[in-house]
Design a protein around this ligand. Structure first.
Ligand SMILES: Cc1ncc(C[n+]2csc(CCOP(=O)(O)OP(=O)(O)O)c2C)c(N)n1
Ligand SMILES: [Mg+2]
Length: 371
């Protein structure tokens, strides 16, 4: 006789129930209209304008960085267009003393946290002075090792907690980053200690050429926080108001001692993964590109601000001209940095004594460089 199906438990339905809970949270739709009045963060006119200025500035910085890279004047560059709301509206919810642990695509947030632009350019060129973060500026240099910043963020958040500092740590990774061991370790640790961390997953749909659907069986990336006991939310990452509102809420809970939050921002990168040579036309169609471009964060925010008489072409042109001028000045400043030496690298690696074999190399290079 065939065994009867046991109706007492059903792990499949538990999974489906959890997955169904993650609806994408939105406040401002693609036409620049508020669709969720109750959740409007009610930013002041000045704040709305400032956030728009930052997004426009970042779009120009992206265009100029791509051009500078092609001219051989920048090194590593990971394009940001399409991700402005995800990056800058999340950052906008932070305070000056909060700490940012960024991934390689998160240079704009560092700049608006206070990193001088020429230092961002030096970092791109692999110059050690680009990673010598000024005292009092609470950021780490962008992380290249996927997911590693999640573990470090958990540590920094625990440090804040132990010192009783009323600040939070914000860290960013991508959809691909959620497949890394470090991602789960960082979440679990911060969840267990209820540390003041905000984990942002920028789901731009691809990890280089690997589509999100192939990356993981999880229906959402937000649900990965649930396993670690962390409040988690899926948000329209092209909606600056929604991204700001959920991040602000996460910050308030973290500061109160209510622990970490995971935020999945649904977005898209318009450009290639990096400027090192991948060709997006080989792994995605122009139909997908144009679907996402219709949701553009700057277009919808512009429509919204124009409807409130807070924005016009003249204002936008002012920001564009200012951005171009500052980028020009910063690249000149970066050009004036001293040529870096092998001994510079070794010196910054070791604050105390060097191991004897490194010391030997250090001596050899000191000799060579003195000629
Ligand atoms: C530990 C580790 N494995 C592999 C790589 C190579 N790598 C660089 S970027 C990338 C894809 C990351 O995709 P995602 O997390 O979605 O971030 P995105 O680039 O889309 O912002 C990979 C696999 C790396 N840098 N670090
Ligand atoms: Mg990605």
């Amino acid at each position: 006789m065939a065994a009867e199906k046991n109706k007492q438990f059903d792990p499949t339905s538990v999974l489906h129930e959890i997955e169904e809970k993650f609806e994408m949270f939105q406040i401002l739709n693609e036409d620049g209209k508020i669709v969720n009045k109750e959740s409007d963060p009610n930013l002041s006119d000045e704040q709305l304008t400032e956030l728009m200025e930052r997004m426009v500035y970042t779009r120009i910085l992206d265009q100029r960085s791509i051009a500078l890279n092609r001219q051989g004047r920048l090194g590593f560059y990971a394009p940001t267009a399409g991700q402005e709301a995800s990056q800058l509206a999340s950052h906008y919810a932070l305070e000056k003393d909060d700490f940012i642990l960024p991934g390689y695509r998160d240079v704009p947030q560092l700049i608006f946290h206070g990193l001088p632009l020429h230092m961002a350019f030096l970092w791109s060129r692999g110059h050690f002075l680009g990673s010598e973060i000024p005292e009092g500026l609470n950021i780490f240099p962008p992380q290249i090792i996927i997911g590693a910043q999640y573990v470090q963020a958990a540590g920094v958040a625990l440090g804040f907690q132990k010192r009783g500092t009323k600040s939070v740590v914000m860290t960013y990774t991508g959809d691909g980053g959620t497949s890394q061991g470090d991602f789960y370790e960082g979440l679990n640790f911060a969840g267990a200690f209820r540390s003041p961390a905000i984990f942002v997953v920028q789901n731009n749909q691809f990890a280089i050429s690997t589509p999100r659907e192939v990356q993981t069986a999880a229906k959402t990336l937000a649900q990965k926080g649930i396993a670690a006991g962390i409040p988690s939310i899926l948000v329209d990452g092209m909606d600056p108001l929604a991204v700001y509102a959920v991040t602000k809420d996460a910050r308030e809970r973290a500061v109160k001692g209510d622990g970490p939050t995971l935020i999945e921002t649904m977005c898209y990168r318009y450009g290639p993964h990096t400027m090192a040579g991948d060709d997006p036309t080989r792994y995605r169609t122009s139909d997908i590109d144009s679907e996402w471009e219709k949701r553009d964060p700057i277009v919808r925010f512009r429509l919204y601000l124009e409807s409130k008489n807070l924005w016009n072409e003249e204002k936008e042109n002012e920001v564009i001209e200012r951005a171009k001028q500052e980028i020009k000045d910063a690249i000149k400043q970066a050009d004036q940095a001293p040529k870096q030496k092998v001994t510079d690298f070794l010196k910054i690696m070791y604050t105390g004594d060097m191991p004897y074999n490194v010391q030997e190399q250090f001596d050899i290079y000191t000799e060579k460089e003195s000629k």
